[in-house]
Ligand binder design. Sequence first.
Ligand code: SAH
Length: 245
Amino acid sequence: MRVPRFHVDTPLSPDVRIELPPQTAAHALRVLRLQPGDAVILFNGDGHDYAARLVAGGSREVAVHVETRVATMRESPLRITLAQALARGEKMDWIVQKAVELGVAAVIPLVTERSEVKLDDKRVTKRLEHWRAVAIAACEQSGRAIVPLIEAPQALDRWLATLERSEGLVRLALHPGEGLRARALQPAPRTVTLAIGPEGGFGERDLAVLRTAGFANLSLGPRILRTETAGVAVVAALQALYGDI
Ligand code: SAH
């Protein structure tokens, strides 16, 4: 059986003993039925895995003893930021999960001209917490020891105003029709910022502000993909061409 991998929010180092957070402990005991002595891997986002073992705990608490720090090599040399126009409910969860599995460095949910999803402040906080939990679960599963940044949803023009000139040397707006092709990017990019439109696509104003901010149009070919397909497809293509797939 694969050694279970858990995210914890505490500093880790060899030879410390920590309690697993209550939800993780419940999962370890009731679902995985782990016993004292069983091996687990912990990570906290610092880029390492920590090999650990369960030590005897109570009926609800699970204590683990950290044994060694292990370097992980799962981050892509291609740094991808995925700015994704908000998609409805579960689609956004799916996009966050797949983007993390495919190795993106950051996800930024965008509100664009034709965005149909509206979030008030209270819902934003809840959704953001939820997406961060989805990202952590995807890291647990995929073996990543660095948790990608999931930012709060932002209006397209406000997000563009925060981008620094030096950041995201290659900026691509995904738009059906004429445009660059992924395989033709030259020189091979090391850092890419991608903008994906909503179900209804980017509007004229969106495209104009993207252009002003230095985004070139990228085409994924002759078929129109759904917004949740487009992000995943372009990340996979770029990782295959310039990253580590
Ligand atoms: N209704 C729109 C399509 C929206 S598809 C139209 O007919 O134009 C949703 C988003 O997915 C788009 O905004 C774009 O970012 C991306 N996308 C879908 N298919 C694409 C393609 N072939 N090339 C580039 N981007 C694409």
